[in-house]
Design a protein around this ligand. Structure first.
Ligand code: FAD
Length: 467
């Protein structure tokens, strides 16, 4: 081990190669489950450093775990096989907007919300808006193909990437795509890398697409006394000819948690809330607003709220953003999932989640980007209680099964990482996984990039207990 660390110290400043226990411990976890100590933490601040680091790692066969801000919910940056965590968060942030091309060139360390803020200064928008946008890096977003509420109308990260600069596992610099909207030259390696969870290389630069910032937005809050009806209202709106920019869902437990955490005046008696945002021309919004209100009432909303000021609207959206920290107060451990189903199946998924909750006697709260079929069932538990965690493991497994049975997917945006790897075959089949493995092996012949992720190991099971 000392050999590769000494080699890294030959080229990198000592402060960028950390081997003290306290430093290694700080990089041993992410926002999901499990703790794994790396042998070293190495910080890269430019592409030449990444090239050097990967060449050394390849020579000494050292696992490399790229890491942005560690907000991953599926174990992506966890150093499950030791080796090094490659921290990219200290790379100087670069956000270079090209307003005439409607593009922006960014460093991997740029925070997603800052990219959108820079675009807005030119009347433009970077639409992907994960709830973690203020703390997560674009490198992490690209690796996870992250999405957010606006994914409903605008799409997710992959829909906004025109080109990438990637350092291959063997330390070569590669460019994919370019700066143009259209590009059909050869295989689309950009799309292959986006969402590849750091197993194919390290992203060192990205050219992203921008779109005009909509001139106006309209928020609508609809209150339901029946969860299934809220699901039906979402489906009906989406088939009515209107495409809202956001359609978010919160169940009663989430509403109560947010009110206890930081009151926004939400109706705690409600069984479910649907929060909608329309965007576009102000005149068009007036018509669409009336249509949406009509649908909500027809399906059974007990109340609808139109915020009168921008502050009121911001308060409603802030309450949605607060769900994650608020539910974390209910119990010490939160297992956050992102089962995603075809949109017509949202009411069925909601029913299945209720059955699973009762069957395993676990606390499940549900919120999410219901407009694109992406719900976040969160199982609230206490990881010190081994018996409870056994039931949680079974419940989580059944949530995945339910999503797949309903024609959906294991993950809409959080990625596979370590947590969902055991379930990959049930969605992709053995041929699908084998094809992916072959791609991985040809890109990374020595298997140094983020080993232990995406691909299940023989007999691997979901384990949330300390065994
Ligand atoms: C409160 C909260 C809310 C969240 N909300 C959302 C949401 O709405 N939508 C959503 O999609 N996700 C959400 N997430 C999950 C998480 O924020 C995203 O997955 C995010 O993209 C991770 O970014 P990061 O910088 O923290 O990356 P990390 O967690 O450090 O890494 C994530 C993955 O990317 C890889 N990686 C990082 N940088 C690079 C790089 N430059 N090159 C190659 N691989 C790299 C890592 O190896 C790892 O596999 C949320 C998380 C939290 C804690």
């Amino acid at each position: 081990m000392e050999n590769w660390i000494n080699e890294l110290k030959e080229y990198l400043p000592d402060s960028q190669v950390m081997t003290e226990l306290a430093d290694r411990y700080s990089y041993s976890f992410d926002a999901s489950f499990g703790e794994y100590l790396p042998d070293a933490v190495v910080q890269a601040k430019n592409k030449q450093q990444v090239v050097y680091i990967l060449k050394i790692a390849n020579q000494f066969r050292v696992p490399v775990y790229p890491r942005g801000q560690g907000t991953c919910l599926s174990g992506g940056p966890l150093p499950v096989k030791g080796g090094m965590v490659l921290d990219l968060s200290q790379w100087p942030s670069m956000i270079d907007v090209h307003p005439d091309d409607l593009t922006v060139v960014v460093s991997p360390s740029a925070l997603t919300a800052n990219i959108n803020q820079a675009a807005e200064e030119h009347g433009l928008m970077y639409a992907p808006d994960p709830s973690s946008a203020h703390v997560a890096t674009i490198g992490g977003n690209l690796a996870e193909n992250s999405g957010g509420p606006r994914g409903l109308k605008y799409g997710v990260t992959k829909d906004f990437v025109l080109g990438l600069e990637v350092i291959t596992p063997e330390g070569e610099i590669m460019r994919t795509g370019g700066q143009t909207i259209k590009n059909v030259t050869g295989f689309d390696l950009t799309k292959l890398i986006v969402g590849s969870e750091g197993v194919l290389g390290v992203i060192t630069e990205a050219t992203l697409k921008l779109v005009p910032k909509p001139p106006a937005v309209q928020t609508i809050l609809a209150v339901f006394d029946n969860v299934r009806k809220a699901g039906e209202a979402i489906s009906k709106t989406l088939t009515s000819g209107i495409l809202p920019s956001k359609m978010e869902f919160m169940d009663q437990a989430c509403i109560q948690a947010v009110e206890d955490f930081k009151s926004a005046g939400l109706p705690v008696h409600a069984k479910a809330l649907v929060i909608i945002e329309l965007d576009g021309h102000p005149e068009a919004l007036k018509v669409e607003r009336e249509l949406v209100l009509k649908i909500m009432k027809r399906i059974g909303a007990t109340e609808t709220v139109i915020p009168q000021t921008e502050e009121e609207a911001a308060r409603i959206w802030q309450s949605r953003k607060q769900v994650s920290p608020a539910i974390a107060k209910i119990k010490p451990t939160k297992v956050s999932e992102d089962a995603t189903v075809p949109r017509s199946k949202i009411p069925d998924l909601i029913d299945r989640l209720q059955e699973i909750k009762e069957k395993y006697e676990v606390e499940v709260v549900v919120f999410g980007h219901a407009g694109d079929g992406n719900l976040h069932p969160n199982v609230l538990c206490d990881k010190r209680d081994q018996e409870e965690m056994r039931r949680v493991e079974q419940a989580v497994g059944e949530i995945f099964e339910a999503a797949i049975e309903l024609g959906g997917t294991l993950s809409g945006e959080h990625g596979i990482g370590t947590m969902k790897a055991p379930f990959m075959e049930s969605e992709l089949g053995s041929v699908g996984i084998d094809m992916m493995k072959r791609i991985k092996d040809s890109w990374d012949p020595n298997g140094i990039m983020n080993p232990g992720k995406i691909f299940p190991e023989k007999g691997q099971k979901l384990v949330l207990r300390n065994e």
